[in-house]
Design a binder for this molecule. Structure first.
Ligand code: SF4
Length: 319
């Protein structure tokens, strides 16, 4: 449907706004998706910052960071996790293998390179394991991105580059890495939080992802608006659905499409997702509802709640 409308040279409507063909472009995915600001309000960032300022957990972490510094806090966290695992009777990994006469792990050929381009994010989710938020400033510079591409070019066994953050798309290195890796013939995965597609100044993103044939692995912790907003912040669910619909409009997730769209489930507690979690009908009863193409994987909340890691670890390993 997209191809026909563009071939006719007419603008058409997508959930993120008007979509129109670029003047000189005849390729079916050369288009501009106008920002969602007019439909959903402007950036999510002011809302995220307000929520962080009102959240006692964020405030406690910020206070600890000021008082003891990042390095000592990280060491303390490690000790706390080890103590919590000890309390559950979870053994060290190597003795665990030895007790069962299992061989020690062996390093195999590297086929995927995962790159974290920075911690800046328009959201501040309760389950975030890297403590990303709009307050984080750590970011990959272009020289480092170029070095990653050099290493990628020198590593023929690596077929896939998996780009994460933060919201990786908000980092200038993202476009460099994607375009460079695709030029090398590598598969590119974008770990996308979806709402980033609705941010002002990110209107280039959907078409760029489609043009570069990027596989989108998107986080959507639940099909319930209430649960998603509680875990990821106010307005996140509605923006995520708009973003999914915009990706669908470009061909993402359509049956038989080479544009892959996967949804990742993030449990709000120490449990695994039920089978077949995400279907079209579970996300919306609207006939234009978004559809994921492949998987409902599981990403656990481990950082911001001290007791949850050991319980999650115990659940995951025993299931
Ligand atoms: S969207 Fe992802 S990176 Fe950003 S805060 Fe949430 S979990 Fe962390």
């Amino acid at each position: 449907m997209v191809a026909l409308l563009l071939a006719a040279g007419r603008p058409f409507s997508s959930p993120l706004g008007a979509v129109r063909p670029l003047a000189a472009a005849s390729r079916r995915l050369s288009m501009v998706v106008e920002p969602a600001a007019s439909r959903e309000g402007a950036s999510l960032i002011p809302t995220t910052l307000r929520e962080m300022d009102a959240d006692p957990e964020f405030q406690a972490t910020a206070k600890q960071l000021r008082e003891v510094g990042q390095k000592r806090l990280t060491l303390e966290e490690r000790k706390n996790r080890r103590r919590a695992l000890d309390a559950l009777g979870v053994p060290d990994f190597e003795p665990f293998l030895a007790q069962r006469s299992l061989p020690a792990p062996r390093r195999d050929v590297v086929t995927t390179l995962q790159v974290n381009v920075g911690l800046y994010c328009n959201q501040a989710c309760t389950h975030c394991h890297v403590e990303s938020s709009p307050k984080r400033t750590e970011t990959m510079d272009d020289a480092t991105a170029q070095r990653v591409l050099e290493l990628l070019a020198a590593s023929p066994s690596v077929q896939t580059i998996d780009i994460t953050g933060g919201a990786p798309e908000m980092n200038a290195a993202f476009r460099t890495l994607v375009a460079g890796a695709r030029a090398l013939g590598k598969e590119v995965i974008d770990r996308c939080n979806l709402t980033v597609l609705c941010e002002p100044d990110m209107e280039w993103l959907p078409a760029f992802l489609a043009e570069q044939r990027v596989r989108v692995v998107a986080s959507l912790p639940c099909y319930s608006e209430k649960n998603v907003n509680a875990q990821r912040g106010n307005k996140v669910f509605s923006r995520s659905i708009l973003a999914l619909q915009a990706l669908n409009a470009l061909g993402y997730g359509a049956p038989g499409s080479e544009l892959k769209l996967d949804l990742v489930y993030n449990p709000g507690g120490a449990f695994l997702p039920p089978p077949g979690l995400y279907t079209r009908s579970s996300l919306s009863s609207d006939p234009g509802s978004p559809y994921p193409s492949a998987l409902s994987a599981c990403s656990a909340r481990i950082e911001r709640e001290k007791t949850l890691l050991p319980r999650c670890a115990f659940t995951f390993f025993s299931e």
